[in-house]
Design a protein. Structure first.
Length: 131
């Protein structure tokens, strides 16, 4: 799957525990045509302490705070701790090849509070849970 993004859209900032991490992302965050906030998978998870390794053929694996994460970017699916996640929108490739995923998935992968998207301020907030 490929998603096209207009350059005229505003930049959505990524804040983790109140700290702006937008500059560490390799691709911008955007709202899809279906209204889902889409984030660059590898870079966003890295900002939450999760390293994803590309295993080839669109498969990424990493260890999150809820167990093993397996992303199949070619098929748009995700598993966390061997449980297939129900996604509001499939994981996809943007036109430049960046793997994008719904922000919704991070709550389970990184064990954060549910993401809060403030459209008026163009900010996406994550708060990590104390473990």
């Amino acid at each position: 799957l490929t998603v096209s993004v207009s350059a005229a859209e505003p930049t959505i900032k990524l804040l983790v525990n109140g700290v702006d991490k937008t500059g560490a992302l390799d691709h911008r965050i955007y709202v899809s045509e279906n209204g889902n906030v889409m984030v660059p998978m590898v870079a966003t998870l890295k900002q939450l302490g999760i390293t994803m390794e590309h295993k080839g053929d669109g498969i990424y694996k990493g260890m999150g705070n809820n167990g093993e994460i397996v992303i199949d970017a070619k098929n748009g699916t995700a598993e966390i701790d061997w449980v297939e996640m129900e996604l509001p929108e499939p994981i996809c490739y943007d036109t430049d090849g960046t793997t994008m995923m719904p922000a919704y998935l991070i709550e389970d992968a990184a064990k954060t509070q549910p993401a809060v998207y403030d459209a008026e301020a163009d900010k996406l907030y994550y708060t990590e849970l104390d473990t």
